[in-house]
Write a protein that binds this ligand. Structure first.
Ligand SMILES: CC/C=C\C=C\CC(=O)SCCNC(=O)CCNC(=O)[C@H](O)C(C)(C)COP(=O)(O)OP(=O)(O)OC[C@H]1O[C@@H](n2cnc3c(N)ncnc32)[C@H](O)[C@@H]1OP(=O)(O)O
Length: 277
């Protein structure tokens, strides 16, 4: 755990049984995303991906809200660089945007399933984050907004790229992205952005932990392979993804996990523990 103590804006908890919790931890600022927390998010998901003691991650926000998005105090007056023309300014901005994108892409690239529990506000950058996760649930008081238009920009760190793949209704995607209007948990559920709504945060936390623990009892070869292949399928043709899974399973079939799991089913015994991966 020592390696997780260095994060200043994130709280990392080892909840046991291979479950880790990552909490955005700037509650007094409603978990507004300054650049420090932004890059810590990328770092922690890279670390957890490599950590064989972790098989599933719960992501939450400390305090009253999940996050109110980009820390606006960091952008006010940030056009800076007045000494150079817009071409030169742009060349400096490009790598920053790419780095910010990459940080949330680490959530998607992490082979361990990431379950996000949303409560209160989930604005702007918050939608960038949650669309990179695997399972999204929320409390009934949650308020969502693809807020970027309201601050005069097109969302550029994932929402416009991933949201259309998370939900089936492209009219709704454009509605919420262009109007930046607030919408609640019931609407998010209705259109498939989230998969469950809970009355209270406590209930949500209990259920997320239960789901995470269930996932962690399963073969990590099976679980992580499933995430990797589903992510690949989302971005490729059926034929390409059939080839991909065949190639993936050339090295991932007939493992000790498969033998143990198959034996447990045949003998109607509980699943045995699986080796670390
Ligand atoms: C390259 C670009 C990449 C990414 C871009 C992402 C774009 C976005 O994320 S767009 C979304 C930006 N966020 C917002 O527009 C929300 C701003 N906040 C608010 O409108 C309000 O805080 C509120 C969410 C409506 C809540 O209002 P209220 O309940 O009255 O609380 P406050 O007193 O306003 O807030 C408490 C405290 O938190 C600070 N804070 C909240 N959100 C932010 C934020 N996004 N950035 C910076 N600071 C924030 C607020 O200033 C207060 O701090 P104090 O020190 O107590 O004053």
């Amino acid at each position: 755990m020592a390696e997780y103590k260095s994060f200043k804006n994130l709280k990392i908890d080892d909840l046991g049984d291979f479950v880790f919790k990552v909490s955005l931890n700037r509650p007094r600022k409603y978990n507004a995303l300054n650049l420090d927390i932004w890059f810590e998010i990328g770092d922690v998901f890279k670390k957890l991906d490599a950590d064989s003691n972790c098989r599933c991650i719960i992501l939450e926000g400390e305090g009253k809200h999940f996050t109110t998005g980009l820390d606006l105090t960091e952008v006010t007056g940030a056009h800076g660089d007045e000494d150079v023309d817009h071409a030169r300014r742009g060349r400096r901005l490009f790598p920053l945007i790419k780095k910010m994108q990459q940080s949330f892409t680490e959530i998607e690239n992490c082979t361990k399933p990431v379950l996000v529990g949303i409560h209160g506000y989930c604005l702007g950058g918050g939608i960038d984050i949650i669309t990179a996760t695997d399972v999204r649930v929320a409390t009934k008081d949650s308020i969502f907004s693809v807020k970027e238009v309201d601050i005069g920009m097109a969302a550029d760190v994932g929402t416009l790229n991933r949201l259309p793949k998370c939900v089936g209704n492209q009219s709704w995607v454009k509605d919420i992205s262009i109007t930046a209007r607030h919408f609640g948990a019931d609407e998010a559920l209705n259109f498939g952005l989230i998969s469950r709504v809970f009355s209270t945060r406590e209930e949500m936390q209990t259920e997320l932990l239960k789901m995470a623990k269930l996932i962690c009892t399963k073969s990590p070869v099976g679980v992580q392979g499933t995430k990797v292949v589903l992510n690949y399928s989302r971005d490729h043709t059926v034929q390409d993804s059939l080839n991909y899974v065949a190639t993936w399973n050339m090295s991932q079939l007939f493992t000790e996990d498969m033998m143990k799991a198959g034996m447990a089913i045949m003998t109607k015994e509980p699943l045995p523990p699986f080796s670390k991966l």
